[in-house]
Design a protein around this ligand. Structure first.
Ligand code: NAP
Length: 348
């Protein structure tokens, strides 16, 4: 490992340490970014050398190719937590993109704020949340997000993008689609309310409240419910290599649902806009035989309590993960004619 004296650029770093799936080749150069004003200099450094640049958080939603990345990897470590109080109820909280998301959620919950407590325990950084409009248990970041601060690589300036210009929809945004790679997110500003969350709650959350005889619906109570539900279903990426849900929940038209119901009886589904329904990808995987599935060939498996989570049991190469993923996609497609979409980003 060699260092660049001026900017502490490290060389030849295994990318597996920047992915919770713990796979991938080598990055030619890696630099931590602690300050939003350091981005321009880092990009100039890369440009001088003709290197491509990628910015990441902690890699909780990234799969790196075995070939590695021959450019400069910027690791976002920008810390910031600023609160602006408008009145007794309305708060604006600006969170640095490199802050650990769950710690930021905990801070807002400790202050009695509602808005993001159902997004507790989601791995990764705050700056990653707008990219796929992270959502869970009835909340999504688009509901509270006021603006995204980012370095615009097209104009070379820091910009503030209001939520309305983020093209948010179900688990997606402009940062993942039309403007993929253009903006380096440096902070998010959220509008949170200092009051209790209002029912109705997501089914699993209400079931937890009922089971534990909880009637005082505070942000803390909702956070604790979500943490308990997530812990019971999902592996901790600190101990088990995984990227969370590996496939998005497919949205299909009602005709497809009717056909599935004719073929398979009851199919769980929820409305997802006009003429469309959302089907749990976990159900499709279970029906296709991937519940608690362990594949000795690739070293990959599915998490016993949630088949949507692919787990690296002893895979050494991304090629093995990709082969396992394809086996699932093909089997599900053969059975249901639905093509599952991978959720984690394959880079570079
Ligand atoms: P789950 O709760 O078993 O639900 C599976 C699917 O059914 C999801 O598409 C979910 O919609 C839908 N669903 C369940 N109850 C619903 C209700 N009362 N009303 C409308 N739709 C309902 O899902 P899970 O896989 O264990 O995940 C738990 C939560 O984490 C879900 O909200 C899921 O979306 C979220 N999650 C988000 C991400 C991400 O942001 N990338 C990744 C993994 C999981 P919703 O998706 O709209 O909730």
């Amino acid at each position: 490992m060699r260092y660049n004296a001026r900017m502490d650029v490290k060389q030849q770093i295994p990318l597996s340490q920047f992915s919770t799936m713990r796979l991938g080749g080598t990055a030619a150069y890696v630099l931590e970014i602690h300050d939003r004003f350091a981005i321009a200099a880092a990009l100039a450094w890369a440009k001088e050398r003709g290197l491509p640049v990628i910015m990441i958080g902690v890699g909780s939603n990234i799969v790196w190719r075995d070939e590695g990345f021959p450019g400069l990897l910027l690791v976002n470590k920008i810390k910031r937590f600023e609160e602006q109080q408008e009145d007794d109820e309305n708060y604006y909280v600006t969170i640095g993109a490199g802050e650990n998301w769950d710690e930021a959620v905990a801070r807002t919950v400790a202050k009695g704020m509602t808005g993001i407590e159902a997004l507790s325990l989601i791995p990764g950084t705050a700056g990653a949340t707008p990219v796929q409009n992270v959502g869970a248990y009835g909340q999504e970041i688009a509901q509270t997000l006021v603006s995204v601060e980012a370095y615009d690589t097209q104009t070379g300036t820091l910009v503030n993008i209001p939520a309305i210009d983020c093209a948010f929809s179900y688990r997606t945004s402009r940062f993942k689609t039309a403007d993929r790679g253009r903006f380096m997110i440096t902070a998010v500003t959220l509008h949170l309310l200092r009051r209790n969350p209002q029912p109705p709650f997501y089914g699993a959350v209400q079931a937890y409240f009922d089971e534990h005889d909880i009637h005082d619906y505070t942000p803390q109570a909702l956070r604790e419910a979500v943490v308990a539900i997530r812990r019971s279903k999902l592996p901790d990426p600190a101990t088990v290599a995984n990227n969370g849900s590996f496939f998005a929940n497919p949205i299909v038209d009602e005709g497809t649902l009717s056909q599935l119901t004719a073929d398979y009886g009851t199919v769980p589904h929820w409305p997802a806009g006009e003429g469309q329904v959302k089907i749990p990808a976990a159900w499709l995987l279970e029906q296709a035989g991937f519940k608690n599935f362990h594949d000795p060939e690739t070293g990959m498996g599915t998490w016993p309590a949630q088949p949507l989570v692919l787990v690296n049991e002893h895979a050494a190469h991304t090629a093995q993960l990709l082969a396992f993923k394809q086996q699932i996609i093909d089997t599900v497609h053969q059975k249901f004619s639905i093509t599952l979409e991978q959720e984690p980003e394959l880079l570079p």
